[in-house]
Design a protein around this ligand. Sequence first.
Ligand SMILES: [Fe+2]
Ligand SMILES: [Fe+2]
Length: 214
Amino acid sequence: MTLQTQQPVDTSPIAASRRADTDLDPLWRAVVTEMRTRGNDIHIPISFAFAERLCEAYPEADALVVRVAILLHDTGWARVDETKIISEGFGANWRQAQIRFEHEAKGCDIAREILPGLGYDEAFITKVTDIIDGHDTRPVSHSIEDSLVRDADRLWRFTPAGVALASGWFHQSPSSYCGRLRADIVPELITAAALEMALAELDRAEALLRTDVL
Ligand SMILES: [Fe+2]
Ligand SMILES: [Fe+2]
């Protein structure tokens, strides 16, 4: 069942977000190298912005856990065999490919290496790694924070930048990729707020990219 919210949901274009919080800048700086793999430096900031909006819609969630987990969740791609990222990571059965499990495990390693030095305690780090571990391969979410990270991880794809990058990964035209988003990814969204955000972004992306013709 979709998780409802009584809070207002911000469905304005994510590209118009002007949040200027700098509290996690030391963490962003610590993983600059890991951001240079597989479009992480596009995917992660956009998903992070969606995660912050989702935290406003679900104030009962621990926002710091959500923000740190989404920031780090795909850093593990930087430590796996890059040649397999496309061949296995985006091939048939991509969600259960061995390379997927590896990027989750490596992401947990990176979190455990970096977070203690930035002042995060063991209990907090475990909450973060519990989300990173299985974020692509585990079929179910185990907490509200996990759900918000899972939805934010998908929401970036509904933006023009997400369509541009991910349609190329899957060798699809933008219009067929948008169709796939509607058919396959929309039903995976857990929260009502993410569903609203996804459909608003996708409507705008399809209009902008003229997918009805192209
Ligand atoms: Fe991932
Ligand atoms: Fe991701």
